[in-house]
Design a protein around this ligand. Structure first.
Ligand SMILES: Nc1ncnc2c1ncn2[C@@H]1O[C@H](COP(=O)(O)OP(=O)(O)OP(=O)(O)O)[C@@H](O)[C@H]1O
Ligand SMILES: [Mg+2]
Length: 408
């Protein structure tokens, strides 16, 4: 029997593997299957220039998680941060590439998903028969850093201070209207400042996302399920706040869950798992993990990447621009999947973290990829190996296809 290597896995265990593609020979022929570990926490980074398969690869990865054996899958939860509104198509089979799938011995298939998004989007998704619900955040979960980020205000600004004071004095479950009310009544604030603060708060209210109660995190992360947070309708400042809050809540919930499970093992009892091991998939990751200061970096780098192994949280990130990512992201990624990349600064960014086991420059390896879409260099820290692979075709419809002006 041919020897099977599982990228990202140390132990010799069978099962729980993600079949993401095949080895790719320089003449374009395909070799044996490539597997990635789906049991342990990882940080997977997908990069490459525009249109060479990043979002597509992310989709393939997610499909593979959904195809895991039932007893493994039920211990995992997948949350997709969908900044462009392209992942709802997981709900449809990939009939567009049926012939290609056939060549791989595969068939189109659709996947069950649950989407959270804006009121308007929810209506659209429901019309398509997709399970969808409004996405809500508990107003009191925003601290002063979130509010300043939301309105693009310096933390030390007047308005930030006023909102900070209001939220520290209001009781647990409050709405934006309660904050406005508090500010209106406060006689120490001059009218002009009040008006500016109120304007900002009305703007936030119009996003219809902040709510007295919000939604519990176990609605978003569910055992064996794929959740798509379609945050495409919102401005970038709000996207950052959403990801910061959701990522923090998942992390905290997983820390608690881990304790609970550990105690159960000690006491030799069985307890139900509420929050499963979680994979957070973030396309356009440079928005949340830039070189500059950013709220989401505190959670995603300091918690998810530095400490994520213990609570069991994993990331799958995609970006066009590895050079505009915080360098720590590259050094924490234990699996890097790099599609065609030509910009000098991006290649250099990868070169800086180039592992010692990689002989020669990354530039030379990248040249071998050629221009075929879906071909990638995969750098696996666990096996300390580098391979050229072709990502398998998507079973479900890929929603990131470039629109074309040609008539259908
Ligand atoms: N593994 C693959 N097999 C077959 N076709 C692929 C594969 N990967 C990508 N493609 C094709 O390439 C197109 C572009 O891929 P994708 O949308 O993932 O690009 P991207 O790298 O995310 O680009 P952008 O930076 O613009 O988001 C897809 O619509 C698909 O037709
Ligand atoms: Mg993309």
């Amino acid at each position: 029997m041919e020897k099977v290597y599982i990228l990202g896995r140390r132990e010799k265990i069978d099962g729980g593997v993600l079949h993401i593609g095949r080895y790719y020979a320089l003449d374009g022929s395909l070799g044996s299957k490539v597997y990635i570990d789906g049991l342990k926490p990882h940080v997977v980074l997908i990069c490459g220039k525009r249109g060479y398969g990043k979002s597509y690869t992310m989709g393939t990865f997610i499909e593979e998680m959904a195809l895991l054996e039932e007893d493994i899958r039920k211990n995992l939860g997948i949350v997709i941060i969908d900044t462009l509104g392209i992942f709802w198509t997981l709900f449809y089979p990939n009939e567009r590439q049926e012939k290609l799938l056939k060549r791989w011995g595969l068939k189109p298939k659709n996947f069950d998903i649950k989407i959270f998004s804006s009121e308007e989007n929810v209506m659209e998704y429901k019309k398509k028969g997709i399970s969808a619900e409004r996405f809500l955040i508990k107003t009191s979960e925003l601290d002063i850093y979130h509010w300043s980020q939301l309105f693009n205000l310096p933390l030390m600004s007047h308005i930030s201070a006023i909102i900070g004071k209001a939220i520290s004095e209001l009781k647990e479950d409050f709405s934006i209207d309660d904050i406005i009310e508090y500010i209106k009544k406060n006689e120490k604030i001059n009218e002009e400042t009040k008006m500016v603060a109120e304007n900002f708060l009305y703007m936030a209210k119009n996003w219809k996302i902040f709510d007295k109660k919000g939604m519990p995190i176990n609605e978003i992360v569910k055992r064996g399920e794929i959740t798509v947070l379609d945050i495409s309708p919102y401005p970038e400042e709000l996207k950052i706040v959403i990801v910061a809050i959701i990522a923090r809540k998942i992390f905290e919930a997983r820390v608690k869950e881990r304790k609970k499970q550990e105690e159960a093992v000690m006491k030799k009892i069985e307890v139900d798992m509420d929050i499963p091991l979680t994979w957070l998939a973030i396309d356009e990751a440079h928005v949340f993990l830039p070189l500059e200061d950013c709220l989401t970096k505190d959670i995603l780098i300091k918690q998810w990447m530095r400490q994520g192994r213990q609570p069991g949280v994993s990331l799958i990130l995609a970006t066009q621009r590895p050079s505009s990512l915080d360098p720590e992201v590259l050094s924490h990624s234990d699996i890097i999947i790099c599609h065609r990349l030509t910009a000098q600064e991006d290649i250099e960014a990868l070169n800086r973290v180039r592992p010692t086991y990689m002989h020669g420059e990354i530039k030379e390896s990248l040249k071998k990829l050629g221009t075929e879409k879906g071909v990638a260099l995969i750098i696996d820290d666990t096996s300390e190996a580098v391979h050229i692979i072709k990502i398998r075709p998507r079973l479900s419809w890929h929603g990131g296809e470039e629109p074309s002006a040609l008539p259908n």
